[in-house]
Design a protein around this ligand. Structure first.
Ligand SMILES: *[C@@H]1O[C@H](CO)[C@@H](O)[C@H](O)[C@H]1NC(C)=O
Ligand SMILES: *[C@@H]1O[C@H](CO)[C@@H](O)[C@H](O)[C@H]1NC(C)=O
Ligand SMILES: *[C@@H]1O[C@H](CO)[C@@H](O)[C@H](O)[C@H]1NC(C)=O
Ligand SMILES: *[C@@H]1O[C@H](CO)[C@@H](O)[C@H](O)[C@H]1NC(C)=O
Length: 462
């Protein structure tokens, strides 16, 4: 199962436009599994050599108390929007000056970040980067959404002067390359060429679509798996899927397999080459055919047997964007078949997974029995999807939980354990000794237990 902990950037695409700006901070489409809840626990003590001095962003219009203490009045919403725009511009200009042409800028050291070429099995880094300036391409549409025409035009020109194709000798995770690079190019192409958005670039010749087509042709090679219909999770952009080690090619998550259809579908419609939409629609139907009697899908697929190897489901990591792509594909392409799949799967969630607070629990696909006592941060996107589906009451209820978590912790924890009692017993559940990674970095068992307890604190409900 792919693991990925680096999805803390803004990841906007055209389809997300309908969601109000602030909510983009909470939205992620990553299907990847999450690490332990300790992953982002701050542990290192700052000394006088602290590298943090380079972080100098200060809110331009207010202080944090002011910004976060009111309810969502219209003034407050405007402030938050302004704050989001300022923060984006800060990150963006630093990426351009200190990160580009590499994939990312390290937010604390302010240095470029690139794939781990030494250890190609380092999924944490290599699944999110491809040495293809991913931050640049992924954020073209963010500049358009920010209504920064100058910035958008400059960034598009930067893509033109840097890339003529993607014949790059790197292994990329197909899902990530799809949502960020293919999706980024396609939405930028639409902004640059469709005058309804106010972002048209004079003299634009469609080169972003040509680049997208080039990327699509490289990613679609993942569908050449001879053992089952399930596509490979990763490909080498230059050499295709052969030659990657087994450890990178054995399993896919349900979301990873089914979350290509929006971008591939759009690529087919724009390029006139139907193969992209055909293969992803077929795999969508195929995976939906693997559902349980309760209309629920497990999360992990062995790509040799083509079968699921677990029995659990929910709306977070590994399954999240399965739901998202069903509905968005149905809306974008007016597709009744996928709309029915969305309705059936969402109804199954409401029936079997939704709890009395409106959030969705991880359950067994055959019995509907609850299997974990946590929810993960990636599930925070789901209220936005419920809004798109028109289910406002459930969206509000579900969003309230994320909002309360945000208010309590100052952000949404990777995982939040809602059973305070269980956290005290957490390590007693392990039938093996401690090993690295169990304990919060730099903390002993006692402190870790306390942290777990804190991370499981009950919330007050209205
Ligand atoms: C921040 O805003 C709050 C509420 O308006 C105010 O009480 C406080 O004095 C401000 N703090 C600073 C450092 O300006
Ligand atoms: C928005 O941010 C800018 C700084 O970029 C600031 O000058 C302006 O006053 C802010 N506007 C509002 C309404 O807060
Ligand atoms: C990665 O990209 C950088 C910047 O474009 C380039 O200098 C470098 O050669 C690339 N590395 C590999 C291994 O392709
Ligand atoms: C638009 O983007 C450009 C390039 O990054 C930047 O210089 C400019 O300040 C941005 N404009 C606004 C209004 O944020």
């Amino acid at each position: 199962m792919p693991r990925n902990h680096h999805r803390n950037h803004l990841n906007l695409n055209l389809i997300s436009l309908s969601l109000f700006l602030l909510s983009t901070l909470l939205i992620s489409t990553t299907p990847s599994a999450q690490a332990s809840i300790f992953h982002r626990t701050p542990t290192r003590h700052h000394n006088r050599h602290t590298p943090y001095h380079t972080y100098n962003y200060k809110s331009a219009n207010t202080n944090d108390t002011e910004l976060f203490s009111s309810t969502f009045t219209s003034t407050h919403l405007l402030q938050l929007r302004n704050e989001t725009a300022n923060l984006f511009q800060y990150a963006w200009s630093n990426y351009l000056t200190k990160g580009f042409p590499y994939d990312e800028i390290k937010p604390i050291q302010c240095k470029p970040n690139q794939p781990d070429f030494e250890d190609i099995e380092n999924k944490v880094r290599n699944d999110v980067m491809g040495n293809y300036s991913v931050t640049l391409i992924d954020n073209l549409d963010t500049l358009a959404i920010m209504r920064n025409h100058t910035g958008f035009k400059e960034a598009v020109e930067l893509v033109r002067s840097t890339y003529t194709d993607f014949a790059i000798d790197t292994n990329v995770q197909v899902f990530e390359a799809n949502i960020r690079v293919l999706g980024g190019l396609l939405s930028a192409h639409l902004y640059a060429s469709d005058d309804r958005f106010g972002m048209v670039i004079d003299g634009y010749d469609g080169f972003l679509l040509r680049l997208a087509y080039d990327m699509g042709q490289r990613l679609i090679l993942a569908f050449g798996n001879p053992d089952s219909d399930i596509p490979y999770p990763r490909v080498n952009l230059k050499n295709g899927p052969s030659g990657l080690p087994d450890s990178l090619m054995n399993a896919q998550c349900t979301a990873g397999v089914t979350s290509l259809i929006l971008e591939f579908g759009l690529l087919s419609r724009l390029s006139g080459d139907s193969i992209f939409e055909d293969v992803t629609k077929d795999i969508g139907r195929k995976v939906w055919g693997m559902r349980s009697k309760l209309n629920l899908l497990p999360m992990t697929i062995d790509i040799r047997s083509g079968q699921h190897v677990d029995k659990f489901t929910g709306v977070g990591a590994s399954i999240d964007s399965f739901y998202e792509y069903l509905l968005k594909y149905a809306v974008l392409f007016n597709d009744d078949e996928f709309m029915t799949m969305w309705h059936d799967s969402y109804r199954a969630l409401l029936t079997h997974s939704q709890d009395s607070f409106g959030s969705f629990l991880n359950i067994h696909v055959a019995t509907g029995v609850q299997v974990t006592e946590w929810i993960d941060s990636l599930a925070a996107f789901f209220p936005g999807l419920q809004v798109l589906a028109g289910d406002i009451p459930n969206a509000q209820l579900n969003h309230l939980l994320t909002l309360k978590l945000w208010n309590y912790y100052g952000s949404v924890p990777e995982r939040w354990n809602f059973d305070g009692q269980r956290s005290l017993r957490f390590f007693q559940h392990l039938d093996r000794p401690y090993r690295e990674g169990d304990l919060a970095d730099g903390f002993d068992k006692e402190t870790t237990d306390q942290l777990l307890f804190k991370n499981s604190i009950g919330l007050e409900w209205p």
